[in-house]
Design a protein around this ligand. Sequence first.
Ligand code: MN
Length: 234
Amino acid sequence: MTTFVFPAPDVVTLPVVGAAARFPVRRIYCVGRNYLAHIREMKEAEDERDPPFFFQKPRDSIVEDGARVPYPADTEDLQYEIELVVAIGRTARDIPVEAAASVIYGHGVGIDLTRRDRQRDCRDKRLPWEAGKSFDHSAPCGPIYPAGTGGDPLRGEISLTVNGTLQQRGDLSEMIWNVPEIVSKLSQSYQLEPGDLIMTGTPAGVGPVVPGDVVVGHVQGFGSLTLTIAPREA
Ligand code: MN
């Protein structure tokens, strides 16, 4: 029997709608720049025709629906990004677009929390994005709707409110790479495995939150995800 020098980390899981069994999380991939309206609002010097790209968050940055998220260290500009989440259920490598649906376990709602000030530093200094994107509690994620249940991942409203005021609204059909294209492209760089999650990018309207704010993300047919921003941990 394997023993450990200290207790091994917990398995990170998400609830599955309509099932008692939970979805065990392996990796969290994210797509950057997947909605033109968000690329434009970011006003970056980059060419807006540059294709989307991938980055990752640590698995233990997952927080569940209803959580209180402490305001993170090392930022004065915490921002929300509402995103459709794709949950992978089968191994996939170099999978064609037409076959991508066969490896998808389900879908859900996620919020790509971002330390925008650190992300801008990373861009300005041409450094990796981890400081801006891959911090503790940075991957809130709602319950997973098994494929064939819930909404249509190719179209439907995606929106986010802060304290009841609408801040983001777009449509899944506005993605530059749609869900099958994302799965196909990602599988050309990494072997996808059951338990992988993909946050698929955000529409326009991103902005800051402060402690006390209540953030509700919604994707048509895939439920909602509510967070309360709590004070920074002492
Ligand atoms: Mn994002």
